[in-house]
Design a protein around this ligand. Structure first.
Ligand code: PLP
Ligand code: COI
Length: 365
């Protein structure tokens, strides 16, 4: 066989787990702890391009301490989910969109761009082998994690001559343990996630490292997540550490506003999907900008009725309360609003195949 034109070697595990042992491991999976039994790797060299793909048992990588990515952070990743539908069908949600974003992230980090067909057919191969790992328990999914990093063992600061693509998948429970309970967010006034011209729009490892101190500050303040503001004026809302934000101005025809893709935030695929579904449901949709001052004023006046965060891991999570240095306010009545609930239900229905796939978003595996 081949994937996207590359030859493939398949060396499946010689000691597969029993159904009972797998079920036991899947019982309390957390996030990114319980991986399926196989992984797929492809090496790239500047001289030879993409090499053969190898499907092997999941296990550790042997890395030279001089591996460039460990020192200089030349590393990008992706994340999307595979859902088991009520009818038993198994489908990945919009992996082609993740493949495109993976290429864009790679370009920004001077990494090689994996062809879209190699990406998607690698997903088909891995998920096909590990079909039994796609959970049927409510709230559980198989989360697919593509990774590409500079694997050259040399410490000159320049784009690596060798890279490794690693595709793994893990069982994921709901990202927020409290489910649809609204989260409280902390507005970071002293930390910046991304500046114009930087890497904010790329899904690169360094963005997450850079956000940790702000996330820790949020936790110290008793908040679940951190809201990042723009780097220049420090007033325009960008996104959370791992999710995009949508603002709902309720009314007969609800109006949704989300920060435009200015280059300093991640172009979320959940965000894009929700903008489309909201239009389908007759809502008004606007990509614009929201200042933190207006967030507070409009929440206090009641014009802003709901705010929610969205992303692959969290799906869609209401934001009930906002805190920043010297201020605190509630959005709506602090509970899950009707637009948030309707959009979440609609998105999950599409992802699980409970309603017709009008936009061609499900890739059946
Ligand atoms: N913003 C950041 C920083 C993220 O890490 C993610 C998660 O992937 C998102 C937004 C949401 O993107 P997506 O909906 O594609 O998962
Ligand atoms: C997502 O998959 O939604 C993410 O935000 C990735 C994050 C958990 C690092």
């Amino acid at each position: 066989t081949t994937i996207g034109g590359l030859p493939v070697t398949v060396e499946p595990t010689t000691s597969p787990l029993t159904d009972a042992a797998r079920a036991e491991r899947m019982r309390d999976p957390g996030f990114g702890r319980v991986f399926s039994e196989h992984m797929l790797t492809i090496r790239w060299t500047r001289e030879g391009g993409w090499q053969e793909a190898r499907l092997t048992p999941y296990g550790p990588l042997a890395l030279d301490p001089a591996t460039s990515a460990l020192h200089y952070g030349q590393s990008v990743f992706e994340g999307f989910k595979v859902y088991r539908g009520a009818d038993g069908s198994v489908a990945a949600f919009r992996p082609e969109a993740n493949a495109e974003r993976f290429r864009a992230s790679a370009r920004r980090l001077c990494l090689p761009e994996l062809p879209v067909e190699v990406f998607t057919e690698a997903v088909d191969l891995l998920v096909g082998h590990d079909h039994a790992w796609v959970p049927s328990a409510p709230g559980q999914t198989l989360y697919v994690r593509p990774l590409l990093f500079a694997s050259e063992p040399e410490l000159v600061v320049r784009p690596s001559e060798e890279c490794l693509f690693v595709l793994t998948a893990f069982v994921a429970a709901d990202y927020f343990p409290r489910g649809l309970t609204p989260v409280t967010v902390w507005v970071a006034d002293h930390f910046v996630r991304a500046a114009p011209g930087g890497t904010g729009a790329a899904k690169c490892a360094a963005n997450y490292a850079a956000g940790l101190a702000a996330q820790a500050e949020a936790a110290e303040q008793g908040c679940d997540q951190v809201v990042f503001l723009d780097a220049v004026e420090r007033r325009w809302v960008e996104e959370l550490g791992g999710m995009n934000l949508l603002f709902v101005y309720g009314g007969d025809v609800p109006r949704l506003v989300t920060p435009a893709l200015t280059g300093t935030l991640l172009p979320g695929i959940t965000r894009d999907s929700l903008l489309t579904l909201a239009r389908d449901l007759g809502m008004e949709v606007e990509e614009g900008r929201v200042s933190v001052e207006d967030w507070e004023a409009d929440a206090r006046s009641g014009a802003l009725t709901e705010v929610f965060a969205c992303g692959t891991a969290a799906v869609l999570t209401p934001v009930g309360r906002v805190r920043r240095e010297g201020a605190e306010w509630v959005v709506g009545d602090g509970d899950t609003g009707p637009v948030t609930a309707a959009l979440r239900e609609r998105l999950l229905a599409v992802q699980t195949g409970a309603v017709p796939d009008e936009h061609g978003w499900r890739r059946v595996v």
